[in-house]
Design a protein around this ligand. Structure first.
Ligand SMILES: Cc1ncc(COP(=O)(O)O)c(C=O)c1O
Length: 399
């Protein structure tokens, strides 16, 4: 079994840095799948004074850092409102609850996403309807949506997967034709753009995750809803806080989905760096493309002309994916699988009785996709090493 990101991410450089020139072997270097420590070290001088101030005030939940972060994040995403909540999953669930999803209402999304997208649908009382993804962009295939629309369909959740925005115009046109809402799962797409518009600002509402490994991650859990609809924003302010607009006056049953001051302060610092980090991710992606484009046997991610990707992940397609991943991991290169089991084939959805073969593009991805190391601080040397080793493994396979 090859090592996963989680197994490699915790290793220190010295553990995997093996130079064995004596035997003429190639140098092995450590390239973690993601390196949060490097970023944290740089940001400490900016974050710690704010955290000290919060510790002194002992005001941990909500407060001025949360409201300021909400304003700043709304501005960055070019929407009127952002509501910070405790996770991306809650952001999605609260949006669907605010839209009054009822039992039996159907919501369309993709089987190649993290389970949070579909958990939100079921937990808000809805029924999941899957549509396969486009073979090029990894995102929902708009040409397959109309076939699954029924009289019970209420909305569509396009997922801007791996940092690239969905082709939204055809999705919006279908939604308009059938009177459906569109909620964007932008959990992997902070500041990604579609035709110059920010992810999370195009549909009725957008959901973001600040899980630590995301392009802008908290030092813990966090998420946000973005919307131009003040009614939705107001409802989510209440849903995240036990249904209360005023202390102990509950308009409805809600949840404990609040956001805390320590995370808000850290994210206010990080938001200022996010455009540069995204630019560095794009630079890294372009280096991968330059170095791998002529290798037969590697299919590189396709970026649509109208999209500005923020490369949350850099995902390639390979034959013999598992063998190659194992070989890369043995050489100190962290990799990820996004996602190894399509949602319709997960045990959690066995009750849906969707047979294998129903979503062939997603199913083929599950066997072929490999996520390469991707984070802003990835060095030229590390990228070259990953590409050299990947190229060697792929050539080895085709012999
Ligand atoms: C596409 C997608 N949707 C939803 C989520 C859920 O976000 P969180 O982990 O913050 O609940 C994630 C996070 O992994 C995600 O990648």
């Amino acid at each position: 079994m090859f090592q996963t990101y989680e197994m490699l991410a915790g290793k220190e450089l010295s553990e995997t840095l093996i130079v064995n020139e004596l035997y003429g072997r190639r140098k092995t270097m450590n390239v973690p799948f993601i390196d949060l420590k490097v970023q944290n070290r740089k940001l400490k001088p900016e974050i710690l004074p704010l955290w000290e101030e919060i510790l002194e005030s002992a005001s941990f939940i909500g407060g001025s850092h949360v409201t300021s972060f909400e304003k700043e994040f709304a501005k960055a995403c070019e929407v009127d409102h952002a509501v910070a909540v405790s996770s991306g999953t809650d952001a999605l669930r609260f949006i669907l609850l605010a839209l009054d999803l009822r039992e039996g209402d159907e919501v369309i999304t993709v089987p190649n996403t993290f389970i949070a997208t579909t958990e939100a649908i079921s937990q808000a009382g809805g029924t999941i309807r899957f549509v396969d993804v486009d073979p090029g962009t990894y995102n929902i295939d708009p040409s397959k949506i109309e076939a699954v629309i029924t009289s019970k369909t209420k909305g569509i959740i396009p997922v801007h997967l791996y940092g690239q925005a969905v082709d939204m115009d055809p999705v919006l046109a279908i939604a308009q034709k059938y009177g459906l809402w569109v909620v964007e799962d932008a959990c992997q797409a902070h500041l990604a753009e579609y035709k110059g518009r920010k992810a999370g600002s195009i549909g009725l509402a957008g959901a973001f995750s600040f899980y630590p490994g995301k392009n802008m991650g908290a030092c813990g859990e966090g998420g946000a809803v973005t919307t131009n609809d003040s009614g939705i924003a107001d409802k989510i302010f209440m849903l995240r806080d036990h249904g209360q607009a005023k202390k102990y006056h509950h308009q409805m049953e809600g949840y404990n989905g609040r956001f805390d001051a320590l995370q808000a302060a850290a994210l206010r610092v990080k938001l200022k760096h996010l455009p540069v980090w995204n630019e560095k991710r794009r630079r890294n992606a372009h280096r991968y493309v330059d170095l791998l484009k002529d290798v037969d046997g590697i299919i590189l991610p396709k970026v649509a002309d109208e999209c500005l990707s923020v490369y949350h992940l850099f995902v390639v397609q390979l034959e013999e994916r598992d063998r190659i991943a194992e070989a890369l991991n043995a050489k100190g290169i962290g990799t990820g699988l996004h996602y190894p089991v399509p949602l319709h084939l997960q045990n959690a959805y066995a009750h849906m009785e969707i047979p294998e073969g129903s979503f062939p593009v997603t199913e083929s991805y599950a066997k072929r996709l490999l996520s390469l190391p991707m984070f802003p601080e990835l060095s030229e040397e590390q990228i070259c090493y990953v590409c050299e080793e990947l190229r060697a493994e792929v050539i080895n396979q085709s012999r």
